[in-house]
Design a protein around this ligand. Structure first.
Ligand SMILES: O=C(O)c1ccccc1N[C@@H]1O[C@H](COP(=O)(O)O)[C@@H](O)[C@H]1O
Length: 217
């Protein structure tokens, strides 16, 4: 099971979180987010984190040129498209950076929220489902109705996000079958400041679950 901790803003925490065995770190590249971190700051972190850790930049409706610049400057290995990016835009990004993992976010409100999923499958690597909230693209801290996804088995790996915490993660994993989870505000003291004790507790709970961390099954 893949574990992404998102909203990293400093090297000390990135280092500590990677040392706990977290395989994916996320950096919010969206300027109006309280978790925003600029590309040079991202680089000071990514350059010191082991190469096996995925470094994901999170974007909302930014231009291809901006994304490519930030990926290059920040030393990112993956992008998370959290806005209304089209399949055509994903295709352009894929052509420009064939080795980069492309994670496309679908904000889940009801089953209609997945109506366009098929259009993306050939141009993305990973699906991420987050909670839909009007006027807020991400970092809502809110869960959605997981039981509606109990039979969701897309032909790409998928990550669950939205309001996950150490306290509710096992309920989520017992309700649906995802390939990984993405946690941000549920392991923070305040926006951008991670709580290492909460991350340790999250890991304890995940390790007690039947699917071990990093397993693809
Ligand atoms: O965290 C943000 O500020 C943010 C801003 C814009 C787009 C995405 C953002 N966060 C991502 O939202 C999900 C769920 O977060 P949470 O666990 O509900 O707080 C996650 O991928 C965050 O990285």
């Amino acid at each position: 099971m893949r574990l992404k901790i998102c909203g990293i803003t400093n090297l000390k925490q990135a280092d500590a979180i990677a040392s706990l065995g977290v395989d994916t770190l996320g950096f919010i590249c969206v300027k109006n987010s309280p978790r925003y971190i600029n590309p040079e700051q991202i680089k000071t972190i990514t350059s010191k984190i082991p190469s096996e850790v995925s470094k994901v930049g999170v974007f909302v409706n930014q231009s291809v040129d901006d994304i490519l610049d930030i990926v290059k400057t920040g030393g990112l290995t993956a992008i998370q498209l959290h806005g209304d990016e089209t399949p055509s835009m994903c295709s352009t990004l894929r052509e420009s950076l064939p080795d980069l993992e492309i994670i496309k976010v679908f904000r889940y409100e009801n089953s209609d929220s997945l109506a366009k999923l098929d259009d993306y499958l050939s141009v993305i690597d990973t699906i991420l489902l987050d909670t839909y909230q009007k006027d807020m693209y991400g970092g809502t801290g809110k869960t959605f109705n997981w039981s509606e996804l109990a039979d969701f088995r897309p032909p790409r790996p998928w990550l669950l996000a939205g309001g996950l915490t150490p306290d509710n993660v096992l309920l989520a994993l017992n309700t649906l079958k995802c390939d990984g989870i993405d946690v941000s505000s549920g392991v923070e003291t305040n926006p951008g400041e991670k709580d290492l004790n909460k991350i340790k507790l999250l890991l304890e709970h995940l390790n007690s679950f039947k699917v071990p961390l990093h397993s693809s099954n």
